[in-house]
Ligand binder design. Sequence first.
Ligand code: MG
Length: 355
Amino acid sequence: MTEEENNSFNLVCPPIIRDKKNITLGHGSGGLLTHELINTTFKKILTNPILDEGNDGALISLPAYKGKLVVSTDAHIVSPLFYPGGDIGRLAISGTVNDVAMMGADPLYLTASFVIEEGFSLELLEKVALSMKSTCEEAGVIIIAGDTKVTEKGKGDGLYISTTGIGWLPEGRDIQGQNALKGDAIILSGTIGDHATAILQARGELGFQSNVTSDVAPLNKMLEELIKQVQDIHVMRDPTRGGLGTTLVEIAKQSNVCIQIEETSLPIKKEVKTVCELLGFDPLYMANEGKVVIILPEEKCNIALEILQKHKYGQNAVRIGSVIDNKQPRVLLRTPLGSNRVIEMLMGEMLPRIC
Ligand code: MG
């Protein structure tokens, strides 16, 4: 017998450690415990006919009308996992649904991949799955495929979730970052900095009690209503990580236009302003998870605002500026004194693990 063959006899399977309360390495083995976890948590909560088939891949049908597939993917490593107004589950669904919706597409399906640290509470995992379920229901999407991996204790931080979204873009819709035109109006759907403030609150970094909750929400239903009534929207983008400032610079560069926004028109909650003053943050770079920037022809601005303001996620929608020329790609912030400040992209990382 060679040494190699001899060694193969020494491979002994460790005994199954059954822990009814916490995730064990066995839950990521692909064996019995993984199946138990999938059946008693993920499949039980997120059940739908496609997910329940249990094959290596999900078979999906796309709408019968002409169009294009829109796909987006995102990893979520937010810390802490639960914070005022949201949690990693709601974030993982909303973030990906919104990225698909920003293209003007109708989000249909999601996949979800979980990286869980050994020792993570099963009760918390169920809480996250339930939050994903309710957010999926709100957005009208289903999770059709998933994966679970377990890292050893100390080699992860509780839970990470990656989601991929699939949506259908009806033929004729063209909403993209490069479509902003000189003369367009710029709308923001509500207050900025709420998500970042809620995360800071949850981390105990504020030093005072704030009532600001995260704005994390799926925006696709509101945007579908808007697109149906206002057909010539040029750009939509969610100002998430990097904030409104970074998002506007991205669009200015993609469209090769100069964007001017009015400082006095920016909707910011008083408490968020206070947080920024105390901690030295600029609200323009504070993360949002339930807001959208919409760029559209000037003459469509008022009707779009009316539609948005009727929706719970767009109540505080306002016009914040205009696309003023197509000579130099940049973003200008006009101050109350009438001077212009050039807005750059966020440099470095202001708040790690925000989403
Ligand atoms: Mg986005």
